[in-house]
Design a protein around this ligand. Structure first.
Ligand SMILES: Cc1ncc(COP(=O)(O)O)c(C=O)c1O
Length: 366
């Protein structure tokens, strides 16, 4: 059976380096907020290609919440997000006290800049784009809307490590950007992890204070903070992975290019890549006429698939209860959720496995 993802493959690619890094931390006697975190923060920021700063935090959701808080977003503010995004983006907005306001996606599954203005109210403070599935949002149009309307811009890059728009990496466009290093992510660790990136060193310094009990120095607390720190062991493992990202992204691109060249089925729509973007294939999303039938058929052909996501975030029970959203509120998103399917994509696949996926998809008849 071809899995949708299998994390052990990524570990095995650089097993010796990961084991050495973990052992180095275990033997060091220093496990929280030490030089591994500091070095990872420097190395990850440097790897993005422009001068910026990083604060390592416990996970991607904390990165969003702490980053927005440190940027001064809070109670009474509205933040525009995309309706087909992941619930964690909205939770981050809500946990810093603000409210998410939804906008439909474009043909690339990214926030549609043309629809933002209709969602702006006197409370709107910011746009938080999520570069979904590994492709950058079309940033010229987003930057333009933000500038015209005096809105701040933030980026959720949990799915877009090193995904460029016009040659510039996502994470470098907004006031701050938020990364997850959850194991499935393109830059994923071996447990939870997250990071805030910004070109503003003071914002990053506020995140570092907030992540550590609001403490700016030992036993001196200047803010009502949290414990949302990145572990030394995760930082050491992520330092290894940062170094290998060019090869890992090339592996994903190889799989995606084989799918794009090999899949020929009128019942299946392939993903589009904008001419200004280079897709990093966090997920390979296709559209089919009947999700259940397609997924059952592929399973019979020995190929696992998934759906990211069947229920849009605004229709999750907690959101319906708080905001009263209902089916029909965002028809483009709902149409997507009813038809998208995730094909296998991971750090490494055998050529025969890629063939098996292509043959299975091409054999599907509804
Ligand atoms: C778009 C997006 N934002 C935020 C998150 C939250 O990241 P984490 O799981 O590290 O909290 C995720 C991933 O899970 C995500 O895909």
């Amino acid at each position: 059976m071809v899995p949708v993802n299998e994390l052990i493959r990524g570990f095995k690619l650089y097993q010796q380096e990961y084991e050495e890094a973990a052992l180095r931390v275990l033997r060091s006697g220093w496990y929280v907020l030490g030089h591994e975190v500091e070095d990872f923060e420097k190395e990850f920021a440097a790897s993005l290609g422009e001068e910026c700063y990083c604060a390592g935090v416990a996970n991607g959701l904390d990165a969003i919440m702490l980053g927005l808080m440190a940027a001064g977003i809070g109670a009474g503010d509205e933040v525009i997000v995309q309706a087909n995004g992941y619930i964690a983006t909205m939770l981050g907005v809500m946990q810093c006290g603000a409210d998410p306001v939804f906008v439909e996606p474009d043909a690339y599954y990214q926030l549609d800049a043309d629809k933002i203005e209709a969602a702006i109210t006197p409370k709107t403070k910011a746009v938080l784009v999520t570069h979904l599935y590994g492709q950058a949002t079309r940033m010229d149009a987003i930057l333009d809307v933000c500038k015209r309307n005096g809105l701040r811009l933030f980026e959720d890059c949990a799915q877009s490590h090193y995904a460029p728009y016009k040659g510039k990496n996502t994470g470098l466009f907004g006031d701050a950007s938020f990364f997850s290093f959850y194991p499935t992510k393109n830059l994923g660790g071996f447990g939870d992890g997250g990071g805030v990136i910004s070109k503003d060193p003071e914002l990053i310094s506020r995140v570092k204070t907030l992540r550590n009990y609001g403490s700016d120095r030992r036993y001196h607390n200047i803010a009502i903070g949290f414990n949302m720190r990145l572990d030394e062991i995760q930082a050491a493992l992520l330092r290894v992975k940062v170094r290998h990202m060019p090869e890992l992204l090339a592996n994903r691109d190889h799989i995606a290019q084989r799918y794009l060249a090999g899949i020929r089925n009128p019942k299946v729509e392939l993903p589009l890549t904008d001419k200004d973007c280079k897709h990093t294939w966090y997920q390979f999303i296709i559209r089919v006429d009947d999700q259940d039938k397609f997924r059952k058929f592929l399973e019979e052909k020995g190929v696992k698939t998934d759906i990211s996501w069947k229920v849009p975030p605004y229709l999750q029970p907690c959101m319906v209860e708080k905001y009263g959203y209902k089916r029909g509120d965002f028809p483009i998103t709902e149409e997507l959720c009813d038809h998208i399917v995730t094909l296998p994509m991971m750090d490494f696949m055998e050529e025969e496995e890629i063939d098996q996926v292509i043959e299975g998809v091409n054999a599907y008849e509804s």
